[in-house]
Structure formats: C-alpha cells, structure tokens
Design a protein around this ligand. Structure first.
Ligand code: GUN
Length: 296
C-alpha cells in the first residue's frame, strides 16, 4: 500500500495565498480591509504564541488586526464590555477571544457575547446549531481544516465510513457533524467513539477515514486500523526526547510509524492538521468581511 503523506503545511499555505489574493481584490473593488480583533487575557505562553502566529497570518493576508492584551485579574464584565464595542465596530469582521480564559471568567458567557456574524471561531451556539441543521455558518477552524485537507487530497467521503475518536466541542463533535451533512465534501457515514467505549478498536478497525482527536499519545496503533485507511491525526502532544535540542518533540495521537505502514494517506504531526487551523481562520475572516461588504 503506498503510504502517502497529506502535507498540511503546503495546503495551508495555498489557502492563505488564495485568501491574500481575494482580500486584495476586495480592497480594490470595495475599499474593505478584513479586520480581526484578538483578546488575550493573562500570560499563558501557549496562548501568546498562538495569537502571535494568528497576527502574522493576518499581516500576510493583508488584513488589519488589533490585539487587546488584558491582565489575568481582568473582570468578566470588562471582557464582555470590550466584546460589545467590537460587535458594533464596522471595521472589525472577526472577534477571537483566545481560550482558555482565567477560571473566574465564564467561557460560555464570553462566547455567547460575541456576535454570531463575527464569530470566526465558529464557537457561538447559533453557529453550532446552524452547522448541525446544515445552514450556512462559520465552521470551527480545525474541523473545517480537516474537511479541506480531505477535499484537496481528493479523498472521497460520500458513503464512506468516517470514524471520529474523541467528542470535544472544538473538534470531535463539529467534524462529525460537518462530514455527516448531505453536501459536497461530506455525505459520510459517521461513527463517533470516545473514552467511554470499552474497546475503541472495534470502531477504528471499521474506518475508511479515521479522525483522531483525543489529546492522548498512541490512542491508535497499527493493530487498530484496516489496510488502506486514511488517517487524520489532530493531536499535538509534547513528549520528552533527550536527543533533541529542546528536550522534547511534538507527536500526535496516532502511533505514526506503525499506522503509516497500513494507511493509504496520513497527516504527519507537526505539519498536518495544525497549520490548517490558522488558514481557515483567515478564510472565515475574509468571508465575514465579504459578507459585510455585500450586506447579506
Ligand atoms: N485556544 C486553542 N485553540 C483555540 C481556537 O481555535 N480558538 C480560540 N479562540 N482559542 C483557542
């Protein structure tokens, strides 16, 4: 079985290049520059690094961005007030509050305060509900990126058995719903399995397309998949490795070396799903700006 790699870094770059081109055209035609507002509360190093990458992507795509860095002790009322200001600012087309938030702030309340029309993360209950019933909406960026990887790698999904391992609100539940829709790039038969299953291998062995998002190293090993499976590994885990300069390396949720012997296509970690998240955030923000420019 030829085991090819799905190059997420390359596909993400293609998408950013497309967005950059479309954004330049929108500016030329309608004098609109897509705008994205970031909020970062506290000093979580991972969050700071994610926001910095998103800011760089905005610059690359020709967007304007603004980042509000607030101290850890900021009140929920202050956060909600800032969101209200952005909700009515016509130059802001997307609002992204970097999660996790400090414990004294209710994340659900914050997400619900963001206008669904500027919710480029696709986390607002209105967008989640629209996704489930097949209405046009912002799709959450990581699952939207997974669908895009499958489409651009010519992996047919219609009638195929997709098995999703993990039921998070950010990846497992939305990707299951996206691929279940009666739509191009979807129309799959979807099974979701998770930590309560006595033996997930019963399900993973049936997968034509296996999507793994558990946050646990070696969730899926070679004995748990069938020959020819397409594997999408969403995990980003740090494991100790004394042979590297940093003392650690990044691995996914799948035993890559073992599983790739049987897969027809597989995403590496890093360089698979990871880069797609920011690319789809750029795409969502462009689409929000386009919609506001054409007043739909
Ligand atoms: N924290 C980790 N991933 C994400 C994401 O995709 N969006 C937001 N807002 N916060 C995150």
């Amino acid at each position: 079985m030829p085991n090819e790699i799905i190059d997420g870094k390359r596909i993400a770059q293609l998408i950013k290049d497309e967005v950059r081109e479309h954004s330049a055209a929108l500016r030329a035609r309608r004098d609109v520059v897509p705008g994205l507002a970031f909020m970062l509360v506290g000093e979580n190093p991972a969050s700071q690094s994610y926001v910095a990458s998103k800011e760089r992507a905005c610059e690359y795509c020709g967007f304007h961005s603004t980042t509000l860095r607030l101290p850890l002790e900021t009140s929920e009322a202050e956060v909600l007030g800032r969101i209200d200001t952005w909700n009515i600012d016509p130059d802001i087309h997307g609002i992204l509050v970097q999660l996790p938030l400090p414990k004294h702030i209710d994340e659900d309340r914050v997400i619900e305060a963001i206008s669904p029309r500027k919710d480029v993360d696709g986390f607002h209950p209105i967008n989640v509900g629209k996704l489930v019933i097949g209405q046009e909406c912002f799709l959450p960026c990581t699952p939207a990126g997974i669908q895009e990887l499958l489409i651009r790698s010519n992996v047919a999904t219609a009638g195929k058995h997709v098995v999703v391992v993990g039921r998070s609100n950010i990846v497992g539940k939305p990707i299951a719903n996206i691929l279940l829709q009666k739509a191009v790039g979807a129309n799959a038969v979807v099974t979701v399995t998770h930590s309560a299953a006595p033996d997930i291998a019963v399900y993973t062995r049936q997968a034509d397309i296996l999507i793994v998002a558990t946050g646990r190293v070696n969730t899926v090993t070679a004995d748990m998949v069938k020959e020819g499976v397409v594997v999408i590994d969403v995990g980003i885990n740090r494991i100790e490795d004394a042979d590297t300069a940093k003392g650690y390396r990044i691995v996914g949720d799948v035993d890559y070396e073992g599983v790739r012997q049987k897969s027809s296509l597989i995403t590496p970690v890093p360089g698979g799903v990871g880069p797609m998240t920011i690319a789809m955030l750029m795409k969502n923000t462009y689409q929000s700006a386009l919609r506001s420019a054409t007043q739909r």
